[in-house]
Write a new protein. Structure first.
Ligand code: CAA
Length: 258
């Protein structure tokens, strides 16, 4: 499949997607979100792929929804057309893990897209923000909700009300990103991390992802119950038996995704 606005590669069991509109700081136009959705669909269906990495370039992960595409729209255009609906949720609905590798700007829809991924690895150059307020609107792809859950009310409020950007150090301190890396190492480290995930039991990885995901959707007691049921269900897997047996026999496990 050939794409115009993204670049797609595979590295062993890792699918790598690079947002590729450098002249527009990877602004998330309609065509890009459609292609991103298609690329994620393709990797989801590919049994050879165990995890994905989503990245941009050195200057920008993505500087937001494409303002030039939005400028002429009115309320009925966006409401009836379901603007920022189709194709915008795909990263959040993947069953396989998706890592965001963010260097440079991750603003507006770019920050929202990174937050839809399972975790964010940030280059030391990364800058996160929800600057929509400065152009007369508010986040529209989950920014007010996910940012508040990840960094807490005070920081989310300040960022959404002022448009202030957060650098990588602050983002790590606040729990928005899992690690900060030198920019030159970001993508390699993201691929290495995704490869580690892809080397583990596929069903167990999906179960772990699903369980952590519940923490953001439900109450503590329901979440713990969900986790317990899923934990119990791992005992139906050959891979659970193999993993524990290999530990006891002091050898690496051989997972067969069964
Ligand atoms: N949409 C469309 N084009 C964009 C863009 C965006 N979100 N962000 C940057 N660009 C374009 C610029 O227009 C410019 O294009 P030209 O060369 O054709 O003029 C090019 O990318 C380079 O940008 P700048 O010259 O502005 O670069 P800079 O280094 O001076 O500034 C920046 C960088 C601070 C990120 C600045 O580009 C900026 O503020 N961008 C907009 C950020 C923003 O407001 N994002 C939120 C969008 S709304 C949204 O995302 C809603 C939602 O929730 C889904």
């Amino acid at each position: 499949m050939t794409y115009e606005t993204i670049l797609v590669e595979t590295h062993g069991a890792v699918g790598l997607i690079r947002l590729n509109r450098p002249k527009a700081l990877n602004a998330l136009c309609d065509a890009l979100m459609k292609e991103l959705s298609q690329a994620l669909d393709t990797f989801e269906k590919d049994d050879a792929i165990g995890a994905m990495v989503l990245t941009g370039n050195d200057r920008a992960f993505a500087a937001g929804a494409d303002i030039k595409e939005m400028v002429g729209l009115d309320y009925m255009d966006v409401y009836l057309g379901g603007f920022i609906s189709e194709n915008w949720q795909r990263a959040a609905t993947c069953r396989k893990p998706v890592i965001a590798a963010v260097a440079g700007f991750a603003l507006g829809g770019g920050c929202e897209l990174a937050m839809m991924c399972d975790f964010i690895l940030a280059a030391d150059t990364a800058k996160f923000g929800q600057p929509e307020i400065t152009i007369g609107t508010i986040p529209g792809a989950g920014g007010t909700q996910r940012l508040a859950r990840f960094v807490g009310k005070s920081k989310a409020m300040e960022m959404c009300l002022t448009g202030r950007m957060m650098d990588a150090v602050e983002a790590e301190r606040s729990g928005l990103v899992s690690r900060v890396l030198p920019a030159a190492e970001l993508v390699d480290e993201a691929i290495k991390t995704a490869a580690k995930i892809a080397s583990l039991s596929r069903p167990v990885v999906l179960m772990a992802k699903e369980s952590v995901g519940r923490a953001y959707e439900t109450t503590l007691s329901e979440g713990v119950l969900f986790e317990r049921r899923v934990f119990h269900s791992t005992f139906a897997l050959d891979d659970r038996k193999e993993g524990m047996t290999a530990f006891a026999e002091k050898r690496p496990p051989i997972f067969r995704n069964r």
